[in-house]
Design a protein around this ligand. Sequence first.
Ligand code: 9MR
Ligand code: 9MR
Length: 616
Amino acid sequence: MIRRALGLSSLALLAAAAAQAQEIRLNQVGFETYGPKAATVVTDAAGPLPWRVIDASGAVAAEGVTRPFGADAASGDTVQRIDFSSLNQPGDYRLRVGEAESRSFAIADRPFAALKADALAYFYQNRAGVPILAEHVDRPELARPAGHVNERATCFSGTDPRGTVWPGCDHTLDVSGGWYDAGDHGKYVVNGGISVWTLVNAYERAERRGLAPFADGQADIPEAGNGVDDLLDEARYQLEFLLRMQIPDGARAWVAVEALPNGRYRLVEIDAGGMAHHKVHDRAWTALPTAPADAPEERLLYPPSTAATLNLAAVAAQCARVWRDIDPAFAERCLTAGRRAYAAAERHSDIQALGAFEGGGGYGDAKLTDEFYWAAAELYATTGEEDFLRDARGSPYWLAGPSTGGAPTGDPAWPETAALGTITLATEAPELSTADRDAARANLVASARTYLAEARTQGYGFPRAGTRFEWGSNGTLMNRAMILGLAHDFTGEAAFRDGAISALDFILGRNPLDRSFVSGWGARPMLNPHHRFWAHSADPAYPRPPAGALSGGPNNTGMADDVARGMAGRCAPLRCWADDLRSYALNEVAINWNAPLVWVAAFVDPAPQPDLQAAD
Ligand code: 9MR
Ligand code: 9MR
């Protein structure tokens, strides 16, 4: 497969990254010929300023005046906005406002064409249990031996750091495979669930529209050529792992049911058959860097939780309908697992992921109503059975969108999964009444409209209001872009597609840091993610990241690591970020952030033809 010659340019990349931030900030990758084109300029001028777009020969290709915005609270900048969408001649350009000149950027029919493959490659390169082969990566040093091969694990036993004594369990599970969660080597069912759902949803969405962005052979993975869509091959690698996390019938496990005043937990032993273990990870945190094959720690199963069990139920149900005709035996295995999981969650409806463990993230989630709704919606969509419909209908989230409906779902996120249920009901539930389907769509569209309104409140034009940005805010932005994409599918309104592009603009350079948060993309890309293998800045024997990994992004609310703590209180909200490997709160990469990047990249490319735009 032909890859861009990244090796050659890595020095150039470094030089570019070190370069000064520019006053004109825009998508460093470029703009679609007939797509929206927006930039932000930092200036103290109060009134409109003339702008010009200069082509490669120095001629003026377009001109206009800026729109004053003023003080932008999220960035701390005083800015004006520029809209040069009217320029629709492919070429290389720069934008000028007074003395300020932007980086050069492209206008092209398909500037984002390669982004979806790069974003998906993230998942192959974070597979556990198999070697990452040189033939499937951009640069030879990104290849590596397999980590955590034949991973068999039993339950944590012994004393946890806060003194609870855990008895362990009688079962050992083969939990091989799946993707590492992020910079760490943990594998967590809750985060694994939303991530794999998002990839499979990108497949379902494309299929509805007669598209196949990852048709067999399009992605650079070992399964290319096996006759199955490559997006599904990648997703199945994770689904097989998630299925392995389900506890056999008859097996028992200890779970924490209450935090005691002394900091310990009260444990009870439950009949855990059908539930999913919340996570499998190291007994203690490993250092950075640590290549997966060299990871020294014992791997352990952590107690089952209702949240993990419902994640499994939801994605197994989605699996059952998507693979129904592709691999009926696998689909049947998924459906059986999904039903078992749902029944187990009903039996044990409030088992929290409590416990003070080292060596992995917590992923605790006190509110489970959203997971119940999501799982019921997926099982109903797949089976058409009344019991699941009744459960979904009984939920406060029934047909709600992120900001609209009975109980708004909030933006999709690992602890907020209700929107996923509504998306599935809006699109993949053939037996749902048309009225209900349309209500679900209307709620998603109305939420997308609020995102567009929010974009107007930001000097940098991205579809989210306010000044509070959480850990992984770039992932949130991509999830909002996914909702905008669906709203475009439902209505054909160009504004929704433009809104999705405004989110891409932000992560690719239209931000106060003048950075692209996607490795390998843009003039000034993120270089040093918190990742145990792509850890070049900690040890030059380790590689820089491949292209297509999305940094967690600005975070001014959960500044948990030393780098972030050092910035806290001294950075404007959107400037609370550092391209620093040590900073997991600001610059980690993760499956649940890259998955919606895949979705959005597949959504935007190819762009609809201008003559079709009015009609679709
Ligand atoms: O590397 C870990 C990262 O993947 C997690 O997101 C983060 C929060 O759970 O924790 C990181 O690990 C650090 C741990 O929390 C504290 N000791 C140092 C670890 C490595 O930086
Ligand atoms: O993405 C998670 C974020 O929402 C939480 O605020 C944060 C702290 O609990 O943890 C993040 O998840 C990390 C996980 O715990 C361990 N693997 C890396 C994840 C991304 O940083």
